[in-house]
Design a protein around this ligand. Structure first.
Ligand SMILES: [Zn+2]
Length: 311
């Protein structure tokens, strides 16, 4: 584990540290009042890693008031540019868990994420409605590998046998022990979340901001899940960054590393929040499907609309 501490994070520094990121011309333009990045946290994933208290009984050992921003499901032509603009205005770096087919369709946006110093991670190729848990193991592995290849092709123009950034998040957090073991054998880390914006539920940007701030007050630190595909999140983000600054929260940027990152165990009595949600979603889908014939497991998770489950 290697920590790189500096007051105002510069894209060039991350490029020099990791060798993954290309320097961005805008790095020098960061104003001193910007929120910036307090430190880059290099996360090694040799032998695997599972973090994020909503799903796993451990998370990254962040200090009080340290936040990791993560965005899932993009890129989106409508909303990702607004998210990137908001992050750039405050010199903040985030981790984007891409859907491969979106990356394939919008490679320029993925290249922009890389050029602006963000970390490009993976979230399957097509975000299957049934989740990877309800595919055959082989089909799920193919989904994951196709996602790695599409993301890397969009980001770097080339695809190698292993993804450049070995960070993966399961769609809907619906993992399986077999897939986690398979990813671990490839030295790929699985990222859950410590808290989220619930932005899969339609609400105003103001309501979403208030919800995140109330959760921040309670959690004090952690990996925050947002979706750069959501208009309400793109509209809310500038306000969130201002509030983080006002409340003296610090941004931690994740980067691939060679050494294991320190982790923090869940408090006693921990249970998985996402398992309860997944069980509820599939039970509802089975009930809804019953009168109309064979069950369409997870069919309601369409990636759009007001589904109460994380995507
Ligand atoms: Zn998702």
């Amino acid at each position: 584990m290697k920590l790189v501490s500096f007051r105002y994070f510069c894209v060039r520094s991350l490029a020099a540290t990791t060798g993954v990121f290309s320097a961005a011309p805008m790095a020098a333009a960061c104003p001193p009042e910007a929120l910036g990045v307090a430190r880059a946290l290099e996360v090694g994933t040799s032998g695997g890693l599972q973090v994020g208290l909503k799903t796993y009984p451990r998370t990254l050992a962040l200090d009080e008031r340290e936040i990791v921003l993560t965005f899932d499901d993009g890129p989106s032509a409508q909303t990702t540019p607004k998210v990137l603009d908001a992050l750039a205005a405050e010199c903040v770096k985030a981790t984007f868990f891409l859907v491969g087919r979106n990356a394939e369709a919008l490679p320029a946006l993925v290249k922009r994420e890389v050029a602006e110093g963000h970390t490009v991670a993976h979230h399957s190729f097509s975000h299957p409605a049934a989740t990877l848990r309800n595919l055959s193991e082989k089909a799920a592995q193919e989904e994951i590998l196709r996602g790695f290849a599409a993301d890397d092709k969009a980001a770097y123009g080339t695809t190698e046998s292993a993804p450049k950034v070995r960070f993966f998040r399961f769609p809907g957090f619906a993992d399986t022990p077999e897939l986690v073991a398979w990813l671990s054998a490839q030295n790929i880390g699985v990222f859950g979340a410590d808290f989220w914006a619930s932005d899969w539920v339609t609400m105003t940007p103001e309501a979403e901001l208030a919800l995140i701030l109330s959760r921040l007050d309670k959690e004090r630190r952690g990996i925050l899940l947002l979706h750069d595909t959501k208009q309400q999140t793109a509209a809310m983000l500038p306000g969130l960054l201002q509030e983080l600054k006002k409340r003296r929260f610090k941004i931690v940027a994740l980067a691939p590393g060679t050494e294991p990152a320190p982790t923090r165990a869940a408090p006693e009595g921990w249970t998985s929040a996402t398992e309860k949600i997944i069980a509820g979603v599939f039970a509802k889908a089975r009930r809804a499907a019953k009168p109309r014939g064979p069950a369409r497991e997870g069919a309601e998770e369409s990636g759009q609309g007001g589904n109460p489950s994380p995507k």
